[in-house]
Design a protein. Sequence first.
Length: 227
Amino acid sequence: MKIMKIILSLVMALGFSLVNLTAGFGAQAIKLPVPATKGTVSLEEALQNRRSTRKFANRSLELAQISQLLWAADGINNPQGKRTAPSGRAAYPIDLYLVVGERGVTNLAPGVYRYVVADQALELVAPGEFRPAVAKACNSQVWIGEAPVIVVITGDIKRSAAKNGDQAALFTHLEAGFVGQNIFLQAGALNLGAGVAGGFKDKPLAQALKLPDNDTPFMVMPVGHKQ
């Protein structure tokens, strides 16, 4: 117990914003900046300008931009825990994984992170450069690995089935679509580019991201500054 307290003190002294250190000195959760609920681009403008981007500038994103994108995708938007994307019977089977490349996000090490909705935070799944592995799993589409970050939308149909029964698969796929469109629109409002890839090999992608057994990847969305 004393050792854990010493480690926590050292970590905080180094300037990390941590909200959780789990058993076995496991994954650290990095608190994200508070997302904005008002912007300078109207919904109509975001819709008018929505395009899929396949070429990205060699420029890092900021944590505030990451926070805004993930919150817009599926974050909490009211005190009762409701979210920005609709969910059948509030089952919330969707998870978001962020693949961060070298110099992809300022002050964030490369690796695979899971978005922790309740805490508006990122939980480190695995450190390192995983963009090439994701691109390879996406039928070796080179442009995917050139984005500074990649958002992977996954779903746990069993989680949905507890409330939605035989309609669980349908509802989970619909929800993934809502989340993906939210990312597109928020990226546009931030003057960022986003693309989407639905062509990938499930098992290699799941292995690259170290997904839990019940999580199925639905959509791969590279995001970055437009070239």
